[in-house]
Design a protein around this ligand. Structure first.
Ligand SMILES: Nc1ncnc2c1ncn2[C@@H]1O[C@H](COP(=O)(O)OP(=O)(O)OP(=O)(O)O)[C@@H](O)[C@H]1O
Ligand SMILES: [Mg+2]
Length: 259
């Protein structure tokens, strides 16, 4: 891939940089990111799109040819002009409940599609939990038993469904959902627990608003969602984000004080 000199940097994270380059959105990953992960994200984008999702299309996956990123894997997508929902919510705080309801409706719309060819939620979570040695083995066993006790499900579960991953197009058309690196085929309640956990971390003041809205609109008991919170919190620990570790361990262990 060739990046132009007129590219504009949108965000930089520990493992990547995201640019707008003309009508392309380019995610460039650092040298530690395996190419297979980048192809997996691109494959997810197209699978979700084929399942009927409104997703920016993949334009290219390749290694950068020169400049500071030479040799790094990069993913180019259609650039969608618009604003992320977290930005819009921050500017219009008095309507936050309305946005949370729209957000939940969009999540339910995503989850209504079947995509059995995606990676399996159950397998992915089991693998992640297994790798987290900071959680007591008896606790991990209990969490894995919860997973074993359910049928896997084939619904599209985004895995990182948060307001920053929703783009409201400037032409007023339907929202786009982005960032499909973590999507799986699975059970919607598990995905709702994941979103609740991420709200607790990034938007704690509206986490309960989200939970109530999801519960009401989807007609799912809050307890069913909360049952999965320690499971997704244990899996989240596998990502090794130091600053989240204490909080996630507390979410896992609160439920297991008896062990
Ligand atoms: N196709 C797109 N069109 C327009 N803007 C985009 C597009 N994809 C991403 N963006 C913008 O770039 C930001 C970062 O992109 P993205 O969410 O894919 O990566 P990320 O949040 O860094 O990934 P992760 O959550 O996996 O760490 C988004 O919040 C959004 O503002
Ligand atoms: Mg994102």
């Amino acid at each position: 891939m060739i990046l132009s000199n007129t590219k504009v940097e949108l965000v930089t994270r520990h493992n990547k940089a995201v640019y707008r380059d003309g009508n392309r959105l380019v995610k460039v990953f650092n040298e530690r990111k395996p190419g297979s992960d980048v192809f997996n994200e691109a494959l997810n984008d197209e699978r979700v799109s084929e399942a009927g999702g409104r997703v920016p299309h993949v334009l290219e996956v390749s290694q950068v040819k020169d400049g500071e990123w030479e040799g790094s894997w990069a993913l180019a997508l259609e650039y969608i002009p618009g604003r992320a929902l977290d930005d819009i919510m921050a500017d219009d705080k008095q309507n936050v409940e309305k946005y949370v309801r729209q957000f939940v409706e969009l999540q339910l719309q995503v989850q209504s599609a079947d995509a059995p060819l995606l990676n399996r939620q159950k397998d992915k979570i089991r693998r992640m939990i297994n790798s987290v040695k900071s959680v007591d083995p008896s606790v991990r066993y209990d969490l894995q038993m919860r997973l074993d006790g359910i049928k896997g499900g084939t619904k599209v579960c985004h895995g990182d469904f948060v307001p920053s991953n929703i783009i409201m197009p400037e032409d007023g058309s339907e929202p786009y959902v982005i960032d499909w690196a973590h999507v799986t085929a699975g059970i919607p309640e598990v995905d709702a627990a994941q979103t609740y956990l991420l709200f607790k971390i990034d938007y704690p003041e509206i986490a309960d608003t989200y939970l109530s809205a999801y519960s009401k609109i989807s007609d799912t008991a809050k307890q069913v969602i909360m049952n999965w919170v320690p499971v997704v919190a244990a899996a989240e620990l596998a990502r090794g984000r130091q600053q989240r570790e204490k909080f996630l361990l507390a979410q896992v262990e609160a439920v297991f004080d008896y062990l």
